[in-house]
Ligand binder design. Structure first.
Ligand code: OOG
Ligand code: MG
Length: 262
């Protein structure tokens, strides 16, 4: 795809984000034959443009790593994108609904590595050995596309719907923690909306990190030690409204993350 076209699509996506208005899928209006490779080229250009605007990368995110999410979004493969510093909300912080289009929340486990691991061929065991700590998180996704509907290339170009992230402060060393059976409960206004377990994410959340490292390796990229990594929603995503109070609680003492919506 020519640079000019990429630039045009990036501006289109950014304008939807900045104006909080949904747009038609790129595959509907601009490029019906968009490939995954081209979609990542658009995502890369979009991130570069945001960096040029003064934003910085907080860390990478995996998406569509659970059956609940794949079914909810009717797509068939995990993807990655980037959380930027401008998207971060402190634990217990408040977001204004009118700064988004149709936001949803997702409960996620975050990883921070102590050593760099380079793909290809990285396994979940390599990830666990290189993990410094994990942390509880809420991701806010806000597809720029109409009715939150897209194909895989569309959502990749749209930086995997990334729009916000609350990183819990209760970091936890792995020790004897079992990330397969670790449970999570997503409550809104005190009502349970979704429940999940670690194994929902590619059978083990560390597998999501391994996949990420291996995909990035194909592009000569890696995950830096200390960078927060989101492993993908452990349940389906839930729409939020003004006035909502979101609480995500993880088992095994991993802790609670909170978000208010105004
Ligand atoms: C794509 C992003 C999915 C996750 O955790 O699965 C994602 C979307 O569903 O809009 O972040
Ligand atoms: Mg997510």
């Amino acid at each position: 795809m020519e640079l000019e076209k990429i630039e045009k699509l990036v501006n289109h996506l950014l304008s939807a984000q900045d104006k909080h208005t949904e747009i038609n899928k790129l595959t509907e209006t601009h490029c019906p034959d968009l490939t995954i490779k081209e979609a990542y080229a658009i995502q890369k250009a979009l991130i570069e443009k945001r960096l040029a605007r003064g934003e910085a990368i907080a860390g990478p995110k995996m998406g569509l790593t659970s059956q609940a999410k794949l079914q909810q979004m009717a797509v068939d493969d995990p993807i990655y994108g980037y959380v930027l510093d401008s998207m971060l909300i402190e634990d217990g912080g408040t977001i204004a609904i009118n700064e988004y289009i149709h936001p949803k929340v997702e409960p996620e486990l975050g990883f921070v590595l102590k050593e760099e691991i380079k793909g290809p061929g990285v396994t979940k065991e390599d990830v666990l050995a290189a993990t410094d700590f994990i942390f509880p998180a809420i991701e806010i996704i806000d597809s720029r596309y109409r009715n939150f509907q897209f194909t895989l290339p569309d959502v990749i170009a749209d930086n995997a719907s990334a729009a916000g992230a609350v990183f819990g402060t209760s970091i936890k060393k792995l020790g004897t923690l079992d990330l397969e059976t670790i449970g999570v409960v997503l409550e809104i206004n005190g009502k349970v909306k979704e429940v999940g377990a670690g194994a929902a994410v590619l059978n083990h959340p560390a597998e999501a990190v391994a996949r990420l490292v291996n995909i990035l390796a194909e592009q000569g990229k890696s995950v830096k030690p200390g960078q927060p990594i989101l492993t993908g929603a452990m349940t389906a995503a839930v729409k939020i409204e003004a006035g909502d109070y979101v609480e995500v609680k993880f088992g095994e003492g991993v802790g609670v993350v909170r978000l208010f919506v105004s």
